[in-house]
Design a protein around this ligand. Structure first.
Ligand SMILES: *Cc1c(COP(=O)(O)O)cnc(C)c1O
Length: 369
């Protein structure tokens, strides 16, 4: 019987990479913000951000979050406000910056951090808030106006936009003009996959140059370590994959949107959405990383996963258990996480990868029951 894996990453083919590899051989530059890396950054800045602000590549988004939070955090603060409904990398980045995660609930419709709770915590915790790290859940566009106001009031905001590269709303790519830091992941499991990699954007050029210094051992222009840095640089080989991916990305986005549409139409046709199955309320055009859906409360997500497995369909449950239920994070403070706990019992991540056919989607939807 046909097997349907959860993900089947489709990185650029070696033939596409060859001209770039030849360039690397000729330049003998393998890393340290080399020529391919610079070309990639320049293209992203022009093609996605109309040269408004600055970008820097990074060797993965977790290091990107650490570099950004460490450079922005308020020195007297101790907490990072972030959702529990996220990947462990978000609160782990707070820990690596010597800060404590403070978990905030999400909203029932878009599964993003609840702004009202953030506002209240900012009020009650005052100077103890070192930074705020919202997550643009599963690539949706979040309301950055709210966070821009907070950032401009003096509490730094770093957005975990792990799967949001290429998200577009009203002809603007996600994050454009935002004065805090936006952190994208290019992990193989994301829509813009290069293996391991990431990118940071901010409308604030100084902030990006500071983060860039942090990811290069904290070296100043005189090669002296002046801030607590790390090695977060992207290699030229990865930059070669990133440049090739940039050319193919519009096609990738198109395929992913098509598969989402098939899912949506079938779920609708088969009346799942009337039977208490719920999709995330999203904004903008999203290059879906996978297909998230909540099952009805009276069915447990684990049971659906098992039933799909008997039909040779592999599904997951991102993010279940949510971070605050994972052992390393249990001791940290949180607001009442009612919605997070409810959704983490219902959430399913269904397969969505570029070569999937309408038949694959149909088998999966039928497999849901
Ligand atoms: C993938 C992901 C990360 C980590 O990105 P890496 O590039 O793998 O380090 C962080 N946060 C979220 C929400 C993610 O989905």
């Amino acid at each position: 019987m046909k097997q349907t894996p959860f993900l089947r990453p489709n990185l650029v083919k070696k033939e596409t990479l060859l001209p770039y590899l030849t360039e690397i051989e000729e330049s003998r530059i393998y890393s340290n913000f080399g020529p391919l890396n610079s070309r990639f950054e320049q293209r992203v800045l022009e093609e996605y951000y109309e040269c408004d602000g600055a970008v820097t590549t990074v060797n993965n988004a977790t290091i990107g979050l650490i570099a950004a939070i460490s450079q922005c955090k308020r020195p007297i603060g101790k907490y990072v406000l972030l959702p529990s409904f996220t990947f462990a990398a978000t609160p782990l980045a707070a820990l690596w910056c010597g800060l404590q995660p403070y978990f905030v609930d999400i909203k029932p419709d878009d599964w993003c951090m609840d702004e009202n709770q953030v506002r209240e915590l900012v009020h009650t915790l005052g100077d103890q808030v070192a930074a705020i790290v919202p997550y643009a859940t599963f690539g949706t566009n979040i309301n950055l106006d709210f966070y821009q106001d907070i950032h401009e009031s003096g509490i730094p905001v770093v957005v975990d936009a792990a799967s949001s590269f290429g998200v577009n709303e009203n002809n603007n790519y996600f994050g454009k003009g935002f004065p805090g830091c936006i952190v994208f992941s290019f992990h193989a499991t994301k829509a813009f996959g290069v293996g391991e990699g990431g990118l940071l954007y901010s409308a604030n050029k100084n902030l990006i140059s500071q983060v860039r210094q942090a990811e290069n051992f904290g070296f100043s222009s005189t090669k002296e370590a002046t801030i607590q840095g790390i090695n977060g640089k992207m290699s030229e080989y990865t930059a070669a994959i990133a440049l090739s991916t940039l050319d193919e990305f519009p096609q990738k986005v198109k395929s992913r949107k098509q598969i989402y549409t098939w899912y949506f139409e079938l779920l609708d046709q088969k009346a799942f959405l009337e039977k208490e199955w719920k999709l995330q309320k999203t904004k903008g055009e999203i290059p879906y990383q996978f297909m998230p859906i909540c099952c009805p409360l009276d069915i447990k997500n684990d049971a659906v996963i098992q039933s799909l497995a008997t039909k040779h369909i592999e599904a997951r449950t991102y993010f279940s258990p949510p971070c605050h239920q994972q052992s390393i994070f249990k001791k940290y403070p949180h607001t009442p996480l009612t919605v997070t706990e409810k959704i983490s019992r219902q959430i399913l991540s269904l397969p969505l990868w570029e070569e999937m056919t309408q038949d694959d989607v149909q088998r999966i939807v039928e497999g849901l029951g």
